[in-house]
Design a protein around this ligand. Structure first.
Ligand code: DC
Length: 223
């Protein structure tokens, strides 16, 4: 039996994970946050004082890193060598580190293998940067979510404050701009819009409006 795969790509802070989670719940699909996997690789390096831009070093630690995901009542749990690191991977330092290690082809190939396996075995809604273009080029539906950098930074800032992280808007905006540049300019599987993706700009939308737009696309494509 073949599975149904929905790809959601887009830059940092476009609302991919929030919307993908809601839609996965509605459809009874599994939500897969691929960014968490890159974050876990970055966390492993940072914990050992390894520069996430040191390509040779990062390559040399890959065999010591085992990434897996499981699910509990709060959603996806990311396991780094069997340890739950779901919370630790959400710092700004790990965000930048994830973007750096994600430029290394060997890192991507290792994680893409797990991502494809999950999509073969389950109906999934998977979010990331290269899902529609590289990981699941035959996905049934591809959505590219975007929003202005100011709006994305504002949303991220409010999210962090709500979670009681100390941060400031300008730093978050700079981090997002850095990652936009890094993620779009890398040579291997960069962030780009798949030819057959539906592009949704969420800058002026309420969350529910964007979710509704995506559900509408899914309904049309799957009918
Ligand atoms: O989605 P996120 O912000 O958690 O992702 C963190 C970084 O990981 C992002 O800046 C780029 C990288 N990433 C990637 O290159 N490819 C993916 N499919 C997902 C994330």
């Amino acid at each position: 039996m073949s599975t149904t795969n929905i790809a959601i790509d887009g830059p940092a802070g476009a609302g991919k994970s929030t919307m993908a989670k809601i839609i996965a719940d509605k459809l009874g699909y599994i939500y897969i946050d691929t960014g968490a996997m890159y974050r876990a690789v970055a966390l492993y390096a940072i914990q050992r004082n390894i520069d996430t831009n040191d390509v040779e070093k990062i390559r040399s630690i890959l065999d010591h890193i085992d990434i897996d995901i499981k699910y509990d009542e709060d959603g996806q749990v990311i396991l780094l060598n069997g340890q739950d690191v779901t919370k630790e991977i959400r710092t700004p330092e790990v965000s930048v580190g994830a973007s750096n290690v994600a430029a290394i082809p060997e890192v991507r190939l290792k994680l893409v293998e797990l991502q494809r396996k999950l999509a073969t075995e389950n109906n999934v809604i998977m979010d990331g940067r290269d899902i529609g273009t590289y990981v699941l080029p035959n996905a049934n539906i591809k959505i590219f979510l975007t929003a202005s950098v100011e709006e994305r930074a504002r949303r991220r800032y409010e999210e962090m404050i709500a979670k009681q992280y100390s941060c400031n808007y300008e730093d978050i905006k700079k981090e997002i701009e850095y990652r936009d540049r890094n993620d779009s300019s890398r040579a291997f599987a960069p962030l780009t819009i798949a030819d057959d993706a539906v592009v949704i700009d969420t800058s002026n939308n309420k969350l529910e409006q964007s979710v509704e737009m995506i559900l509408q696309v899914i309904k049309e494509r799957l009918s």
